[in-house]
Design a protein around this ligand. Structure first.
Ligand SMILES: [Zn+2]
Ligand SMILES: [Zn+2]
Length: 199
């Protein structure tokens, strides 16, 4: 079943449109619960009547992130792994029943208000379900777009990658990372400064 990030403010339990673009106010929506993901789900009634396999999808709050050891072992959750050593990227894993199925790596600098996604990956067998979108939304939730200038070091150099980055509406520059001077300074010996900072 596909998954999408829920709207940021948490109030939008039901999004405006289904995955096929139907306005749910017209097509009608049903709310349910996915025991597989342990998350709320939404069904577009028109898509369901048409037998569309993407009629029902789950919503996950991208800001609901657990520090790794305390992440629930059940359902689909976001787990933050802080850097072990200086210079390592901060990571957020998407875990299904305790198993990592994808991750995003990011560098963020609070004082410079720069944030760079340095990698996104999803298990090959589990692509095209929205996991990548959820991971990017989780990264964005760490550093608000209103205050941070976002970019990616991830090149959209394959059709698959280009399709992903052009579809998700990333609010920054894709493929041209804007590392701050602190990140650049550390790139010489110990790599970019990549701790996830919360502020
Ligand atoms: Zn629909
Ligand atoms: Zn900086």
């Amino acid at each position: 079943m596909p998954v999408r990030p829920a709207s940021g403010d948490g109030s939008a339990r039901v999004p405006g449109r289904c995955l096929r673009g139907h306005h749910l106010s017209v097509s009608g929506a049903g709310n349910g619960w996915s025991h597989f993901y342990d998350l709320p789900d939404v069904t577009c009634r028109v898509c369901a009547a048409l037998g569309d396999p993407a009629a029902t999808w789950c919503l996950i709050d991208p800001a609901r992130q657990f520090v790794s050891p305390s992440a629930p072992e059940r359902g689909l959750v976001l787990a933050v792994i802080p850097p072990v050593e200086r210079g390592e990227p901060g990571r957020i894993e998407l875990r299904l029943n305790g198993q990592a199925v994808g991750e995003v790596r990011l560098a963020a600098c609070g004082p410079c208000r720069r944030a760079v996604i340095t990698g996104v990956g999803v298990e090959v067998a589990l692509r095209r379900l929205g996991y990548g979108r959820v991971l990017v939304a989780a990264a964005l939730a760490r550093a608000p777009q209103a205050r941070y200038r976002w970019s990616t070091a991830v090149l959209p150099d394959t059709v698959e990658a280009c399709a992903f980055w052009s579809a998700i509406g990333f609010p920054g520059t894709v493929g041209k990372p804007h590392f701050c001077s602190d990140m650049r300074l550390l790139q010489g010996d110990s790599g970019p400064e990549t701790g996830i900072r919360r502020d």
